[in-house]
Every structure is written in structure tokens, then in C-alpha cells.
Design a protein around this ligand. Structure first.
Ligand code: GLN
Length: 508
């Protein structure tokens, strides 16, 4: 593998600035890596679509700009991959579904437009669970993505493609979305960094909605600083998204740089009592505890904080989310766009809709549409949806009370490491339980990061450490995340990903 590929985006930006490499060379190196490890039966399969020619052209434009001394952003010329749930002009956007196979959006999502305006060549679109529903990327209609650490394991989900692309050194940066953990849990199980910013910090315009009140776009990278650089490029108010925040978040790049000094004096860290214990893998807990010790050594004060309503977060999420899903996905009715299946004879519009939705949606999506439709139906609305919304308020209150006592809250990102492909496919509840620790922050709209915390002893697979902060205080998750990353890498003698067994040479 080209050593260039192992560099962080910040390092690549420095190399570009020094004239040591061109953007075209970088994009070519990524495309070569993708053709080496991503394709074929046992390939990682992080990408659903490659924008090879487009990316090279964008890179050439970046190199030309640089020659004229006109840079668009600190990451001008650094390539990126985008989850296939964001609209891209001229590139297919399938959301991992047959329903949208062949759809080429006539517009760019704001995030994509901002990446282009910042000069980042877009390598292609990454694989995902269908319409972002799942925790393993096995619900993609186009086949699963494999975990670069162990090709027979899941890369997490729903954004397994973005995480695997970054973990397999196919792309230095990626964009993901997180409705219940889809950036952070794949980050945890692939040894990468993933951030769910404050709800509204990054525009959702052009994001195919799963559950609007929970959806959040965010960075997927190999270092905390890279995530910060990326968040500053794609974040900020967007008049096209009425839920996007108009207030400024403190600089996350500055916060990450501050964290990298390793000094956390005066920072109060709360360990969430409810997010550990029975059912949590021993190796996950061991790495978590060690990370806590490092934070303490760095000057942080560690206390236990109870958030009693978190126990009901999973149940509330798996009601609120499907309710929003059932409403959002109603638009795929075979009438305006998307798949249309016309049964024989002289079918009515309803028969066409039924046949199209039956053929276009996979089982998990259908399960959630049915659940959501049921929970919203008259007679059940108050008992299910209404009740879940009340739990959501209690969770928000738990966060508010906790943040009166501490600056950040922490937990393992996920209860287990990556499981085997297929292992939980027939047991949806077991799959949902992987989201235990990530869901509360979506329900409350607060920011969270997952940082690699080491490898579990049982299986040698990556473990994630999660940091949560109050809404608008994304800078805190970056500061603590960067400090932990720096301290851990000092112990390991380099990044965790350097230890991934399948990455050198052939991934197959
Ligand atoms: N795994 C969660 C789910 O299946 C989260 C999905 C997401 O964040 N998009 O709903």
C-alpha cells in the first residue's frame, strides 16, 4: 500500500501545500487502493459508486488553483467519500435501496455543495443499510460491506461503507449520517473516528430523510483533528434547512488542537452508570476503564452520573424513529420517481404502488414502516408515539441535569465489538441492542464522538470510547476526544489502524 494513504487529511493538506504531492496523485492513489481491496467476492465493498473521472477532474482543478495560489479551504485537494444517502448531481444516490436504483439527483445536498466549494474531490458514494436502517450494513440491497479488520465481520451500520472506506485507507475522509448511531457505532467497530454533531449543526438539505427529528450529518475520519476540519467545512447555517442552527458553534478545530496538548485540567467527566454492566463485552469495558484512567492522568476529574431514563431510550427510539420512517417513506409510491413495478393486466394505481413498494423495499425497511404505521394509527398513537415522546423529554432532562454536574459524559460507544456477518440478521432486537449507548444523544440532539480505544482481548477487534456534550458544545467532545487519542497513540506507538491485520497488501 502507498504510504501516502496512511496519512491523515491534515497531513495530506500539508504535503499538498509543500508541493510534495498533487491532488491528482492523491485521488489516483485512493482509486488504486479501492480497486485493490474494495472489489470482488471478498472485497471490503465500501463503495456503491465510484466517481473516478469526476474526482480526477476535481483534483486537477484543485492543483491548478494551488498553482495560482487560490485555495478554497484548508482541505482543498484532499479526497473524500460520501454516504449514498446524500444527493449528488450526476452521481447515483440509491440509499442502499432497490427503490432508488438508477436515480441521479438533479441537485447537490448542501453538504456535497460545500465539499465542492471547499475543493475536496469526491471519490464516490459509500454503502449503507437501506435508507440508513440497521447496524451492520447487511441491509443494503447491494450486498454487505466487510470490516477491514476481519473480512467475515460487520463494519457497523448504517454507515458501514464510510467507516470501512476510511479504515481500509481507501479514503482519508468520509461523510456519514447518524440517526441513532450510524456514524459512531461503525467508527467504534472499525477503529475510526466518527462524530455526530449537535442536531442542526450541519445542513440536512439533500439528505434523504430517515427520521427528521433525529438525523444528523457528520464526519468519519482517522483522527479527531480531521473530523474537526471537516465539520468546519460542511457545518454552519443553511437557509435551505429550516432546522439548521443559526447560532455559531465554538471552533472545533481549535478545541481539537487544544485537546492534542493532552491537558484536561479542570474538565469534569461523568461516566454514565446506565451504559455499562450486564451484557457489555468484557474487553469493551476493559478498554473503556483504561481510557478513563488516561483522562484522569491528564487532569480530568472523573465522577459517576446516573441518567435513569436512558434505560428506556432504546424503546422510545424504536417507536419515534419508525413513526417518522413510515411517514417519510410514503413518498416512494412509484408515481413520481423511483422503482415502478406494473403487475400484469390492468392494475389500479394502488396495485402498482403495492407491487412497487413490495419489490423496492427490503425486509428491515418494511418492518419499520409497518411498526411506525401501527404506532401512529388512531387508538394507538397516544399509547405508543405519545408515550415515547414523553420518554424523550425525560431523556433530555437527564442530560440537562447531568450537564449541570459535569462538562462531558462518557461511555463505551457500543456494547460489543464487530460481530460476524449474518450473526444477528434473524434477530432484529439483538441488532437494535447495539445502539444502546448511541441513541440517547440523538433523542436529545446533543453532540457525540467515538474515538478508537484499543482492541478487545477476546477477539482483537476495535473498541470505541464515546464522549457526549451539551448541545452547541461540540468543542468539548473534540477537546476530550483529541486528548484521549493523543494519549492512547502514545501508548500504542502510533495509530490503532496500523495494527489492522488485513490491511497490508492484499485485503483478500
Ligand atoms: N442502528 C440504528 C438503526 O438501525 C441507527 C441508524 C442510523 O443512525 N441511521 O436505526
Amino acid at each position: 500500500m502507498d504510504d501516502l494513504l496512511k496519512k491523515s487529511a491534515a497531513e495530506l493538506a500539508d504535503l499538498l501545500a509543500a508541493g510534495a504531492v498533487t491532488s491528482v496523485q492523491l485521488v489516483q492513489a485512493c482509486l488504486d487502493r479501492i480497486s485493490d481491496v474494495d472489489t470482488g467476492d471478498q472485497g471490503v465493498h465500501a463503495f456503491l459508486h465510484l466517481n473516478s473521472e469526476g474526482a480526477i477532474a476535481e483534483a486537477a482543478a484543485s492543483d491548478a488553483r494551488r498553482a495560482r495560489g487560490e485555495l478554497l479551504s484548508p482541505l482543498d485537494g484532499v479526497p473524500i467519500a460520501v454516504k449514498d444517502v446524500l444527493a449528488t448531481i450526476g452521481q447515483p444516490t440509491t440509499c442502499g435501496s432497490r427503490m432508488l436504483e438508477g436515480w441521479i439527483p438533479p441537485y447537490d445536498a448542501t453538504v456535497v455543495a460545500r465539499l465542492k466549494a471547499a475543493g475536496l474531490p469526491i471519490l464516490g458514494k459509500t454503502n449503507m443499510d437501506e435508507f440508513a436502517m440497521g447496524s451492520s450494513t447487511e441491509h443494503s440491497a447491494y450486498g454487505p460491506t466487510r470490516n477491514p479488520w476481519a473480512l467475515d465481520r460487520i463494519p457497523g451500520g448504517s454507515g458501514g461503507g464510510s467507516a470501512a472506506a476510511v479504515a481500509a485507507f481507501e479514503a482519508p475522509l468520509a461523510i456519514g449520517t447518524d440517526t441513532g448511531g450510524s456514524i459512531r457505532q461503525p467508527g467504534a467497530v472499525t477503529g475510526t473516528v466518527g462524530v455526530k454533531p449537535t442536531y442542526g449543526a450541519i445542513s440536512r438539505y439533500g439528505l434523504v430523510a430517515m427520521a427528521n427529528s433525529l438525523d444528523q450529518v457528520g464526519p468519519v475520519t482517522r483522527t479527531v483533528l480531521d473530523s474537526a476540519l471537516l465539520q468546519e467545512i460542511v457545518g454552519g447555517h443553511d437557509p435551505l434547512d429550516s432546522t439548521s442552527l443559526s447560532d455559531e458553534i465554538p471552533s472545533v478545530v481549535e478545541a481539537a488542537r487544544q485537546g492534542l496538548t493532552g491537558d484536561l485540567t479542570g474538565v469534569k467527566v461523568g461516566v454514565i452508570t446506565e451504559l455499562s454492566g450486564e451484557g457489555w463485552q468484557a474487553g469493551v469495558m476493559a478498554r473503556f476503564e483504561e481510557s478513563l484512567e488516561l483522562l484522569r492522568d491528564a487532569g480530568a476529574e472523573i465522577v459517576e452520573v446516573s441518567c435513569p431514563s436512558f434505560e428506556h431510550a432504546l424503546a422510545a427510539y424504536y417507536l419515534i424513529m419508525p413513526c417518522e420512517v413510515s411517514s417519510n417513506l410514503a413518498k416512494f409510491d412509484a408515481m413520481r420517481y423511483g422503482l415502478r413495478v406494473t403487475p400484469d393486466g390492468d392494475p389500479s394505481a394502488e396495485e402498482v404502488m403495492r407491487a412497487s413498494r413490495d419489490a423496492g423495499f427490503g425486509d428491515e425497511v418494511k418492518r419499520r414502516i409497518i411498526l411506525g404505521t401501527y404506532a401512529l394509527s388512531s387508538g394507538y398513537y397516544d399509547a405508543y408515539y405519545g408515550q415515547a415522546q414523553k420518554v424523550r423529554t425525560l431523556i433530555q432532562r437527564d442530560f440537562a441535569a447531568a450537564f449541570e454536574q459535569v462538562d462531558v459524559l462518557v461511555s463505551p460507544t457500543a456494547p460489543t465489538t464487530a460481530w460476524k456477518l449474518g450473526e444477528k440478521l434473524d434477530d432484529p432486537l439483538a441488532m437494535y441492542k447495539g445502539d444502546l449507548a448511541t441513541i440517547p444523544s440523538n433523542l436529545a440532539g446533543v453532540p457525540g464522538i467515538s474515538v478508537p480505544a484499543g482492541l478487545a482481548d477476546e477477539d482483537g477487534l476495535p473498541v470505541g470510547f464515546q464522549v457526549l456534550a451539551p448541545a452547541m458544545a461540540d468543542d468539548r467532545v473534540y477537546r476530550v476526544g483529541a486528548a484521549l487519542e493523543m494519549l492512547l497513540e502514545k501508548q500504542w506507538g502510533g495509530p490503532l489502524l496500523a495494527k489492522a491485520p488485513t490491511l497490508e497488501g492484499a485485503a483478500r
